[in-house]
Design a protein around this ligand. Structure first.
Ligand SMILES: [Fe+2]
Ligand SMILES: [Fe+2]
Length: 329
């Protein structure tokens, strides 16, 4: 069912296993499933179905790897089981933020995976909305909770890490900018789905290790419009989600694509997705380049591309991170 993305160290090339982060297994998510440890291309059964893994053992595995594996045939039953208790885990005050974030991220990755494999399936879009509501309830719990969603163990897969990261930044920025309720959820959904059009582009272009040539770049630039078309084919997708998807590569100077719209033609919510997208693209690991750290990415955005964004909004975005730095120091 999965699109064949370039997935070094993350997806099993045989397609028989999928990764689940060790942290989310602490929530008991895998009790009804076999769990495997991967060593190179070999998988070892470390926990049979019907038993649980102790925290002590999970700590041991966590030292070796950020994720363990379940069988791909268990993917749907596993996440259906997660659906039953994810609300309780997210709202519990006994579960650490890190575990909540891991479970949310695994769930969001499952949805992004399904959406990219079949963007026409209405259930997948509904699931994206539901998980974004969970994201929001999580992000609203703590000022810096969004950073846990971004600091994910599952970071070897650019499309997944990027989609989850952009959704998290969008929600935190929307809250900082004073948006409320369903508007915030819509911005988060737009963050999760903004690159959905890439599902229609040749994986050889998407996965290319290095700069694209002119023809490839021309193809790549079609993804916002293709994404808009995919979303328009669904009922009940709010207009703003479609607009953000179509316009996330536009900018205030009118030098973006596909339409070269200027600031006055852009919905302010688009700016939230654009800033989040740019920042995530700079800070997420790709197979061919090292990610920047948050501060150097913000510096680069401030020095080189600030004029492309709404200044007030950009400063709100910057403050999300400066507060974190102070806290860490
Ligand atoms: Fe994009
Ligand atoms: Fe993107």
């Amino acid at each position: 069912m999965s699109v064949k993305w370039d997935t070094p160290d993350y997806r099993d090339s045989s397609g028989l296993y999928i990764p689940i982060s060790v942290e989310s297994l602490r929530t008991g998510a895998a009790d009804d499933f076999d769990v495997y440890l991967r060593t190179g291309s070999d998988y070892f059964l470390i926990k049979p179905k019907g038993s649980s893994i102790s925290d002590v053992n999970l700590n041991k595995y966590a030292e070796r790897t950020p994720y363990l594996y379940i069988r791909t045939t268990d993917q749907d039953p596993f996440f259906k089981r997660v659906d039953k208790y994810i609300d309780d885990v997210i709202t519990s005050d006994k579960v650490p933020l890190r575990q909540k974030a891991a479970l949310l991220s695994d769930k969001a990755v499952d949805i992004v995976d399904k959406i990219f494999a079949d963007p026409s399936h209405p259930e997948h879009l509904k699931a994206a909305h539901r998980v974004t509501q969970n994201f929001l309830s999580f992000v609203a719990q703590d000022r810096h909770a969004f950073l846990h969603l971004v600091d994910l163990s599952i970071n070897d897969h650019y499309t997944y890490a990027h989609s989850v990261g952009v959704a998290a930044y969008c929600l935190a920025t929307a809250l900082a900018a004073g948006y409320q309720g369903e508007q915030v959820v819509n911005i988060g959904v737009a963050g999760l789905l903004h690159d959905i059009g890439k599902s229609q582009i040749d994986p050889a272009i998407i996965n290319k290790k290095g700069p694209l040539d002119e023809r490839e770049w021309g193809e790549m630039k079609k993804h916002p419009q293709l994404g808009g078309e995919l979303l328009r084919a669904h009922k009940n997708i709010p207009d703003i989600v479609i607009v953000c998807t179509e316009s996330h590569h536009e900018n205030n100077l009118g030098t973006g694509y596909p339409r070269g719209l200027i600031a006055s033609k852009l919905d302010p919510m688009v700016g939230i997705v654009s800033i989040s997208d740019t920042f995530s693209a700079l800070t997420t690991k790709r197979s061919y380049s090292h990610p920047r750290d948050s501060l150097s990415a913000l510096k680069l955005m401030k020095e080189n591309i600030k004029a492309k964004f709404d200044q007030e909004l950009f400063m709100k975005f910057v403050k999300l991170f400066l507060a974190e730095e102070k806290k860490a120091g």
